[in-house]
Design a protein around this ligand. Structure first.
Ligand code: GAL
Length: 947
């Protein structure tokens, strides 16, 4: 299992790409979070239609390609989303503290949850669809006030009951699940108590290597255990939910990257070896289902993110934000594809878990055995999971051919550092049994009734397998193995060998074995001709060679494949003997039958490379520029702005000064917020400002147009406080003065912090006088959602955003020429625009992005808009992200692209920012990224009412 969030890839045409990659990695189910705020810009308004808000296409694709669905609607989802997915309007405090049975909150979520349940209900397996599970709430492990004493927490129980009955009343009849945040909360399990709120399946979330790329964020929860420590889930499931499937509803697939995290993320802390050991460890723990968070993360585009993270949600996941795949994906695939064919694993007893089965105590083994078939799985790993030792050993196994110590002929089994192996016994393949194999099973694919068994080992290691009822085999292809030896034994033949780079093929009466090394296994694909998520062995073909195989279909003697490739490669295909013709992405591939029974073809066309694509991208040099912050000037006409005059607030954190200057209660929930405070007849010499914007936020202040100071921001401070002098400004002692503040809003906090305000907590004149009035501007139209396609999170209150300068079609002909490299020498905001045409080669999936740089010490806050979508927030003094991927569809690959750049210089040193294209990947592909996506990029229309 795996999951992704459709709202992090707001281009529905690309969903199929991700889902095909999920399927190709061997998964049978995919999980989606919804996002209430994404669908509800204001109370009483729901949108399940505009652009990517119509998510039912996901269900159709899943059904088409054979994936089940776990749907997780919320109402709270967390997910590193602003307010955990709660809409901004919900977070004012007017709906209470949230996530309880307060009727104000209940009335708020009921329409959303009812509607989403009704939509999903039609796609349930009970109605012919693929949705098999429904999760309510998220990491709400609040059933108990005291877990040990089982003291019920009634408001939380009542809330879960409300959510359950709402789902049921609106047609959800698949099992309900809930994901506990850790081992300690023990909530909502029927086996554990009869208290209310229980769901059908208890589940646990776990991030053994920290959910953040900044490992120090996890010391409080993961403790100070050594890196690469595995955990005991088995006891928890036995204690809390012994009769239920052991479900890891979130298991680490990577980590989010906070602002202070390393550029490019932290793929090394959860890299291929981590995948190898930790996923096998979950098998050892008798985990029944495991949902990888994330297999694909996506983008934190717009202002959808909560403050701690930037605009990337790459998550260091197996499928990158740019949709590319590499070693981590392939290692995940080895595991996923094995599980797909390890049919006996679906019902096992945990027989042993100790160091007694191996010839060394440095290796521990867990034996899992299917009571019906006697098929067993011996999960071997270093006794100390962080070990980097290379350890050789023999293993004692119990098989239908007797108790054996293996290997018997080959060199010992090796665990080379951070590695784990699952050694199967009595593994059924057709009419034969693999009595054991010390090499791991990659897959089994049945062709013309004959199982083709792929076994894999790191090159240089020795393997041994015992095939029941078999005579000596014939080595049909010898390049990939040395020392192949057939030893006749009672009941069959034992084959021992040393794996070399590449593959070797051995034919037996009734089966074919393909022995591959890890690198070849990474390039091996098992597409299915059926759309059954269980993917029967007789519905697959094996294709070795390309970057990706997405699909396979057989029609008569033609095998049609789709996929991606990056270079001239051989295709080695195991398919039925009747196949005479192979078509890959519409092109006929000349194939010959090999002596070892496969079809071998050669791609002759070399693909476009990243550098050839780069050379086709127009330079980003011709910019137009305009002042992006006229609001700072004393005479700016703010007559259309919202008067901020509340004298009391529902917010649980009341401000220090009044009126209330919390943006959410004036219907502004995202991005930059602009404030104008007036005062007159004052001898004030300065102002004390305390502004809440979340961690990493910043603000700048101006008096009558003159810059007086900034809070630059810090990744640990949510409220920036400064006392600023008016010495460098001109105070009008008789007429009105205007204090102008632009604040950056980084999103709203998660969990109980969702109601933390964004705005001015304290504005106090120093030296006399008080503010007579305040006005506020934010996103054009506030909750009116004037751009429903891009939606409520795309814009904030910047001048350029309010007037739509970021949108395609705005007329900038009257603007001056300029470049962001030689930008302002003042504090303030400049907005740049350029329009660049693209015409990229058809048939190439190019992943593009933008890369930023600025001189050391720059104090700038930069936002990038691509055809109106905010796709980058570059703040070099706060965060380390410099590369920002942008999806095709947001970019128009065959037409004009409007690029906007807002450069806010926070100091008088001014700003100089360089921005350029980067090509993150380019593969020849069946995926058409040149699709018509005009509907996703609505153009400018007059917005002067939001001036
Ligand atoms: C979990 C949560 C997810 C996500 C994850 C960290 O606790 O359920 O929504 O926030 O942590 O990436």
């Amino acid at each position: 299992m795996v999951w992704r969030n459709y709202w992090r890839i707001p281009v529905p045409e690309l969903w199929v790409d991700i889902l095909e990659k999920v399927k190709a990695a061997g998964f049978n189910t995919v999980s989606f979070y919804s996002h209430w705020g994404y669908h509800s810009a204001r109370d009483g308004h729901l949108d399940f239609e505009s652009g990517s808000r119509n998510f039912t296409r996901l269900f159709d694709i899943c059904k088409d390609i054979g994936l089940y669905v776990l749907f997780r609607p919320g109402p709270y989802v967390n997910a590193e989303a602003s307010a955990g997915g709660f809409p901004g309007w919900l977070t004012t405090g007017a709906y209470g503290t949230l996530r309880n049975n307060d009727s104000r909150y209940t009335d708020a979520w009921t329409p959303f949850m009812s509607e989403i349940s009704k939509i999903v209900a039609d796609y349930q397996i009970t109605r012919g669809g693929h949705v098999i599970l429904y999760q309510i709430e998220n990491e709400f492990g609040n059933q108990w006030r005291n877990v040990d004493l089982k003291t019920p927490n009634y408001p939380a129980i009542a809330y879960m009951e409300l959510l359950k009955s709402n789902a049921r009343a609106n047609g959800i009849d698949v099992p309900l699940i809930h994901n506990n945040p850790n081992f300690r909360t023990k909530s909502w399990s029927k086996d554990y108590s009869n208290e209310g709120g229980n769901v059908d399946n208890y589940a646990l979330d776990h991030y053994p290597s920290c959910w953040s790329c900044d490992l120090s964020e996890c010391t409080g929860t993961n403790g100070n255990v050594p890196d690469f420590t595995t955990y005991d889930y088995y006891s928890n499931f036995q204690q809390v939910a012994p009769t239920q499937p052991s479900f890891l509803a979130e298991f680490q697939g990577g980590s989010y990257n906070p602002w202070q995290g390393p550029a490019g993320g932290c793929v090394n802390t959860t890299g291929p070896e981590w995948v190898n050991v930790f996923y096998r460890h979950n098998v050892e723990q008798k985990v029944t289902s495991m949902n990888v968070y994330m297999l694909f993360g996506g983008s934190n585009w717009g202002q959808i993110a909560f403050p701690t993270v930037g605009t990337s949600y790459d998550y260091s996941a197996p499928i990158t934000e740019s949709r590319t795949i590499g070693e981590k994906y392939h290692e995940t695939k080895l595991f996923g594809q094995f599980l797909r064919v390890a049919r006996d694993l679906t019902k096992v007893d945990r027989i042993a878990n100790n160091t007694g089965l191996t010839s060394t105590p440095d290796i521990k083994t867990t034996e899992l055995r299917n009571p019906d078939t006697n098929g067993a799985f011996y999960v071997t790993a270093h006794t100390l999971s962080p070990s980097r030792d290379k350890t050789s050993f023999k293993l004692s196994i119990s098989t239908s051919a007797g108790n054996l110590t293996v290997p018997q002929y080959a060199s010992d089994i090796v665990l080379n550092g951070r590695q784990s192996k699952i050694i199967v016994t009595d593994f059924t393949i057709g009419k034969q049994k693999l009595i054991y194999s010390t090499a791991e099973v990659l897959t089994v694919s049945v062709q013309d009734g004959v199982p083709v068994v792929l076994l894999w080992l790191p090159a240089g290691e020795s393997g041994e397998f015992f095939l029941s009822g078999a005579q000596a085999g014939q080595v049909k292809k010898s390049e990939g193995a040395s020392g192949v030896k057939f030893s006749p034994v009672d009941g069959g033949t034992v084959v021992s060998y040393t794996q070399l780079a590449g593959s070797a093929v051995i034919d037996f009466e009734g089966s074919k074995f393909v022995l591959v090394d890890r690198a070849s296994a990474y390039k091996t694909w098992m597409p299915s001709t059926s759309n059954d998520p269980f993917t029967a062995e007789n519905s697959t073909v094996i294709v070795q060679g390309p970057y990706l195989v997405r699909s396979a279909a057989i029609d008569g003697n033609v095998l049609t494949l789709t996929g991606d490739w990056t270079e001239s490669i051989d295709l080695d295909i195991y398919a039925p003997m009747s196949i005479q013709k192979v078509v890959f992405n519409g092109k006929t591939i000349r194939v010959n039958r090999t002596r070892y029974g496969s079809l071998l073809g050669r791609f002759l066309s070399a693909a476009s490379t990243a550098s050839s694509i780069k050379s086709q991208l127009p330079p980003l040099t011709k910019w137009k520029v305009s002042d992006g912050l006229p609001e700072r000037n004393g005479n700016y006409d703010d007559s259309r702005w919202t008067v901020a005059n509340h004298t009391k607030t529902p917010n649980p954190t009341p401000p220090a000064t009044y009126p209330v200057l919390y943006a959410d209660e004036y219907d502004f929930h995202t991005g930059n917020i602009l404030w104008r405070g007036r005062f007159s007849n004052s001898n004030a010499t300065g102002v004390f400002l305390s502004v809440i914007g979340g961690t990493g936020s910043g603000w700048s202040a101006f008096l009558n147009g003159a810059f007086i100071g900034s809070w630059l921001g810090s990744t640990s401070v949510t409220r920036g406080e400064q006392q600023l002098s008016f010495a460098n400004a001109t105070l009008n002692s008789n007429t009105t003065n205007v204090l102008f503040i632009i604040q950056d809003h980084m999103g709203k906090d998660q969990t109980s912090g969702a109601t933390n305000p964004r705005g001015i907590f304290n504005a106090t004149l120093i030296g006399g006088g008080t503010f007579s009035s305040w006005k506020v501007a934010g996103k054009a139209g506030g909750g009116q959602n004037i751009d429903p396609i891009r939606g409520p999170y795309n814009e904030g209150g910047l001048h350029a955003e309010r007037l739509g300068w970021h949108l395609p079609g705005f007329d900038d002909s009257a603007w001056e020429n300029g470049t962001p490299q030689t930008s302002s020498s003042n504090a303030g905001v400049k907005f740049y625009r350029t329009v660049v045409p693209l015409d990229l080669p058809r048939g190439v999936d190019a992943s593009l992005g933008f890369v930023f740089s600025s001189p050391a010490g720059s104090k700038v806050r930069v936002q990038l808009y691509v055809n109106g979508y905010m796709f980058a927030k570059y703040i070099p003094h706060i965060g380390n992200q410099v590369t920002f991927p942008v999806f095709p569809g947001i970019l128009n690959y065959h037409g004009d692209n409007t690029i906007g750049l807002s450069v806010w210089s926070q100091t008088t040193a001014g700003a100089s920012v360089s921005v350029d294209w980067t090509v993150i990947g380019a593969v020849e592909s069946s995926l058409d990224v040149g699709f018509d996506s005009t509907y996703l990029r609505p153009g400018w229309s007059d917005r002067s009412e939001y001036y």
